[in-house]
Design a binder for this molecule. Structure first.
Ligand SMILES: [Zn+2]
Length: 103
């Protein structure tokens, strides 16, 4: 086998990564979630290093298309309003880009 794993996307938490992984699997694409948080002992490392979703290089184009669909869907659902400055923030961000307020 000459195929190798490629990073499809990096997330700031495991939940989003698992959602994407589940969508990929449902569409017949094998994927892997890679995180370096000391086996769950240091969950804050997920924020710093990110949680990666890896797919086979042969599936990368298909996976990217699927990811765009998943992303547009999830941002629509998760968009939140900053309590401090009332700026609308996209779901994948946990902090307000304008005033730095943490969600
Ligand atoms: Zn704000």
């Amino acid at each position: 086998m000459s195929s190798k794993l490629i990073v499809l996307a990096t997330f700031t938490n495991e939940i989003n990564a698992e959602i994407v992984r589940a969508k990929l699997e449902a569409n017949g694409i094998n994927s892997f979630v890679f995180k370096d948080d000391c086996g769950g002992m240091e969950p804050q490392l997920q924020l710093i290093l990110g949680v990666q979703v890896l797919v086979d290089s042969e599936d990368i184009e298909k996976a990217k298309k699927l990811l765009r669909k998943v992303k547009s869907y999830s941002t629509k659902v998760e968009t939140w309003k900053c309590c401090k400055c009332e700026e609308l923030i996209e779901g994948q961000f946990t902090e307000c880009w304008k005033c730095g307020w943490s969600h």
